[in-house]
Design a protein around this ligand. Sequence first.
Ligand SMILES: NC(=O)c1ccc[n+]([C@@H]2O[C@H](COP(=O)([O-])OP(=O)(O)OC[C@H]3O[C@@H](n4cnc5c(N)ncnc54)[C@H](OP(=O)(O)O)[C@@H]3O)[C@@H](O)[C@H]2O)c1
Length: 343
Amino acid sequence: MPIKVAVNGYGTIGKRVADAVARQPDLRLVGVSKSRPNYEAEIARSKGYPLFVAGSGTTAAFESAGLNVAGSVSDLVRAADIVIDCAPESVGRENAKLYGSAGVPAVFQGGEKSDVAEVSFSALANFEAARGKKRVRVVSCNTTGLARSVAVLRSGFGVDHWEATLVRRAADPAESERGPINGILPSFKIPSHHGPDVRTIFPDLSITTTALVVPTTLMHVHVNHVRLSKPPASIQAVLERFRATPRFHVFREWEGVDGTPQVMEYARDRATGARADMMENVLWEHGMRLEGPDLYFFQAIHQESIVVPENIDAVRAMLGGRESAAASIEMTDRNLGIPRPGA
Ligand SMILES: NC(=O)c1ccc[n+]([C@@H]2O[C@H](COP(=O)([O-])OP(=O)(O)OC[C@H]3O[C@@H](n4cnc5c(N)ncnc54)[C@H](OP(=O)(O)O)[C@@H]3O)[C@@H](O)[C@H]2O)c1
């Protein structure tokens, strides 16, 4: 029997997660929620996703827009074996009370503080830690990007210390009300919250992060400096490790990918899954250097989609059979059209 999954919140993350759930044969999407009728609600209707009313929304508002609703979020939760909460930042914590009283397990997003859940999750790093848990938090886009790379380098070469500067996108493409539209805004909280968030997954990792916001909507870029404890003789070994790991995409110099605009154009041209997204960590082989124990590399993170496969794996870890992390990742990626390593 497929696992019945509710997606509570159908915005930037929720609509992608809903499409991803709908593509997994072992999962069944029982519905999505919105607080107001708009084009996204119309898309949900056109895809045949049952629509439920969230937050302060009313059935009357949807009906006056000609959209049928299947009930309230309480009804949605009751119809599900598990909820993936994709509500706005901090609203998930409020929603947790409803899930708790209904006795339904839930996956939360990185906008919630880590104590909303029993475990913070990133599939490559700690799939087993979510096994059988009732409340799991998929870490944020930036933390997911860092956690994946930490998982690769730690297991391959050991990490003595990690320093990252995060160049953050100002807004998602649809967020026309956000800025800045001109200016570079340093985050004066040093270290930024990302390093401590990575430590919710790797508690003993030595990591310092700083961050700044720039006027772009496409992707984040991380500038990483990692001191390896067992450095390889050449950068080739590092490259091979990344290339052999799912959810990494390494561009070659001749491909002419100068930065995030070409990365997202590549994603649109490739368009193998439900959406033209880039769910992998994006690296450049010519954007990587090894000097003794010191590894330097750039990675780009598509903030709107990187957490999507992680949400699917979290559901399997919590409620699935005994799939291994590798088996779940393979299944998720195949159904989402994320190329396998070496493909
Ligand atoms: N956007 C990113 O780049 C990104 C990346 C990684 C993680 N995250 C995290 O993912 C979570 C969702 O972010 P988002 O960017 O997808 O937000 P979003 O685009 O604002 O979408 C939020 C959705 O939740 C719905 N909603 C409103 N009130 C609700 C309630 N009380 N209960 C349930 N749903 C409600 C909204 O419906 P209406 O539009 O109808 O009001 C909307 O569909 C946050 O924790 C965020 O930090 C975001």
